[in-house]
Design a protein around this ligand. Sequence first.
Ligand code: PMM
Length: 279
Amino acid sequence: MTNSSVPLPGGRVLRLAARPLVMGVLNVTPDSFSDGGRHDEGARAVAHGLQMAAEGADILDIGGESTRPGYTPVSAEDEIARVEPVIRALAAQVSIPISIDTMKAKVAARALAAGASIVNDVWGFQRDPDMARVVADHGAAAVLMHNRESEDASLDIVQEVRAFLLRSMEIAQAARISLDRLILDPGIGFGKTPEQNMTLVREIGALAALGCPVLLGASRKRIVGAVTGRADPRDRLAGTLALHTLGALQGARIIRAHDVAPHVDAMKMVAAFTAQGRA
Ligand code: PMM
């Protein structure tokens, strides 16, 4: 397993190691259980981000728009208002890289100026035509995720995802973003059947063969609920850990997760297991 250090803006570094990295999910979206205003929401998000960093997160992924199926779109201005103060506050207090989960170049640019150093684009540079340029201009890294508007059970999903991500890599290279700044992601749960999601976890090696580290994000997702019968996403931790561990054994180098502490332990186990296997 190759280890590498990718220098990022603001003096931060993305260090790929034998232990798969844990990217902590920080969604800054209005909380229906709270009657607090934007300030409360932001303060809570910063506290949660600090907690995930203390638990050993390697990256914090901050998003201001839910991208789940059936999500309500948010304007760029609202998204910026949600994430910018949280990124600014966290960038001043943690040294790990911060990524911005957005499909809008305008939001990405503001987030990078506020202290983010990775752009997590769930449309892999294929939605907003300015996205690759913004990443290039800031010298940032990017997560390029596969996405589809709808499911098609007849697709060869591995070929489909490989072709999409190759196109994303070409867009990146045309914008002069070097390959070592790219992370690829099969996009678990985005326009795929449950079987296709499982196939993609099993076939992570076919995506890693494209030459970039692969990120896997199945945390609390429907695929976990479908297999375990857990309807409430908050009850899906054990299933999530199992699937992420299997994905890490198949070669995923970064795991995107809501529950950081148990994932750090699980990824330490993966690293110990694979190191022993090589010895
Ligand atoms: N999943 C969600 C949001 N952003 N980004 C990447 N790169 N990969 C993912 O799998 C992914 C993502 C949706 O999950 P959430 O609503 O629980 O954050």
